[in-house]
Unconditional design. Structure first.
Length: 530
């Protein structure tokens, strides 16, 4: 019994000690905050609250001056000559999510505007400093991101703006110049009140999204496809879309080359994305479609030479290619397996290969389907598991061409992920086979212009990734793009079928001739060399 009482006393003393330590730490932090910001107070919720008396006095002085009729300038989207947009983020999330969003922007070398409410900024000043420190703009969203400012009294608006200006000034040393009112139909009254609070520019966004806007990459592409050059995209970090902000859009589900729709990882049900996932999908869709994201204050620069340079090819897939060799003779393709989609399947339709070759090529196929051993119908009464079909073969050489379908409905990263896994599986299954990876061929100028997911610029970019992947996996890269492209880097109409994607017989003949003139050789007992 005595031991039990001693344990209780010890626990009680320990709890009291922890309480004293906690109070001491809180007092230390409070004193430190007061030393850095002598004009702040720390309330019971650990919020930093700033004195806005000076800003309120200046704001109301302008408001009551009958000669002061200034209005904030409206910064709006316009029909740009280049495919470029500006990004605006409204509201704030947790410090962790905000850091992730900033990291994503840095990864894509993008600068954006962050329109933040005063209350959250006061609670999380480090994030505001981080936004500024990374070269982004901070703007005024009101003290609490209030909605429908058109229904608010002048005094409510002025006080909200002035207090937010005070918060931002104490954190950054400067007052914001940009503002945006949440879910608001803006009029001259609001623009004048903004000017009274020292705000010069009002952002009139063109498109709005939030964390519920995209379930997958294909939906993000569907959104970006409908965004015109010169638009301002507003990402609402912590709020719902108002009816005046919501705009439905259609997802282009047309498969790249066949009437049969391809199976994609995007077909699987997914949970609602977090805001960071939505931002990641948006940024990848913008990059995939070669939509340049420019700083808000540079959106109206025409023409913007930085936009033209942003998507210039920094690397060339041809640098990784098997060099030109003497043309291989009859029988070279004996014991060869061609793996691919309907582009490769066309080689079996035309009399362009007379050797004994085998095909595992199917309509609307992607690397993911090979990896998952997807079952597909090859005739009215026959269904096959496509990886099982590959494993039945005994090739000495393998040629692979995949990608057109995957790019039509998926992201670059998911395509490369599955493609790399497929190469790993092939190397394990056929350790002695020579594997050639063919670059995705160009499409016609018409297709490149009309299909934003199948632009030749995107194809060239992904071919660099394919070429690097081939080198890393010990495979050989064939630059089929350069082999078939014309002087304008497009698939010539005279070797293309009507869809602008598939090759006709002449195109297939050029294709095979190119393969025969780009072969890898090795001496007995030596490693492969170019």
């Amino acid at each position: 019994m005595k031991n039990k009482k001693k344990w209780k006393a010890a626990i009680l003393i320990l709890l009291l000690l922890l309480l004293v330590i906690g109070i001491a730490v809180a007092m230390y932090i409070s004193a430190k905050v007061r030393k850095v910001h002598p004009d702040v107070s720390v309330n019971s919720r650990d919020r930093i609250v700033y004195d806005a008396e000076e800003e309120l006095e200046e704001t109301y002085a302008k408001y009551h001056d009958p000669e002061d009729t200034q209005k904030a300038e409206t910064v709006a989207g316009y029909k740009a000559s280049q495919h470029k947009v500006a990004l605006v983020f409204c509201g704030m999330s947790t410090p962790t999510e905000m850091t992730r969003i900033l990291d994503l922007l840095d990864d894509y070398e993008i600068k954006a505007a962050f329109i933040c409410d005063g209350m959250t900024a006061a609670e999380d000043p480090d994030t505001i400093r981080d936004i500024i420190g990374r070269g982004n703009i901070v703007g005024n969203y009101g003290m609490s991101g209030e909605t429908h400012w058109e229904a608010m009294e002048d005094e409510e608006i002025l006080t909200s703006l002035a207090q937010t200006q005070a918060v931002m000034k104490r954190i950054t040393g400067n007052t914001p110049q940009y503002m945006l009112a949440n879910a608001t139909v803006v009029d001259d009254r609001i623009l004048h009140l903004a000017a009274c609070a020292g705000l010069d520019k009002y952002i009139s966004a063109t498109k709005f999204i939030n964390d519920s806007s995209f379930q997958d990459f294909n939906e993000a592409l569907g959104f970006v496809e409908k965004v015109e050059g010169g638009s301002i995209i507003c990402v609402k970090i912590d709020g719902n879309l108002d009816e005046i902000e919501f705009e439905p859009y259609e997802v282009d589900e047309k498969p790249a080359e066949d009437k049969q729709a391809s199976v994609s990882v995007n077909d699987l049900p997914t949970a609602k994305p977090e805001i960071t996932e939505t931002v990641e999908l948006l940024l990848e869709a913008l990059d995939t479609t070669e939509t340049a994201v420019v700083p808000l204050d540079r959106l109206d620069t025409e023409p913007d030479m930085e936009v033209a340079r942003r998507f210039e090819d920094r690397e060339d897939a041809a640098d990784y290619e098997v060099p030109v060799s003497a043309k291989a003779g009859e029988g070279y393709f004996d014991d060869t397996l061609f793996i691919g989609d309907s582009l490769t399947l066309a080689l079996s339709y035309y009399p362009v290969i007379e050797d004994k070759v085998e095909f595992c090529a199917y309509k609307s196929i992607t690397p993911m389907q090979f990896v998952n051993n997807t079952k597909i119908e090859v005739s009215d009464d026959e269904e096959v598991a496509i990886w099982d079909e590959v494993c039945k073969k005994k090739p000495e050489k393998i040629y692979i061409l995949l990608g057109t379908n995957a790019l039509a409905s998926g992201s670059n990263s998911s395509f490369i992920l599955y493609y790399d896994r497929l190469l790993e599986m092939l190397k394990e299954q056929f350790p002695d086979a020579v594997i050639y990876i063919e670059g995705i061929p160009p499409v016609t100028s018409k297709v490149s212009t009309e299909r934003i997911t199948l632009t030749n610029g995107r194809i060239r970019k992904i071919n660099v990734e394919i070429a690097k992947m081939a080198a890393e996996r010990g495979c050989f890269y064939i630059d089929l793009y350069s082999a078939l492209a014309d002087k304008d880097n497009c698939l010539p109409n005279d070797i293309a079928q009507e869809d602008g994607i598939h090759m006709n017989e002449e195109g297939c003949r050029r294709w095979i001739d190119y393969l025969l003139c780009h072969t890898a050789e090795r001496a007995k007992g030596e490693s492969w060399n170019f």
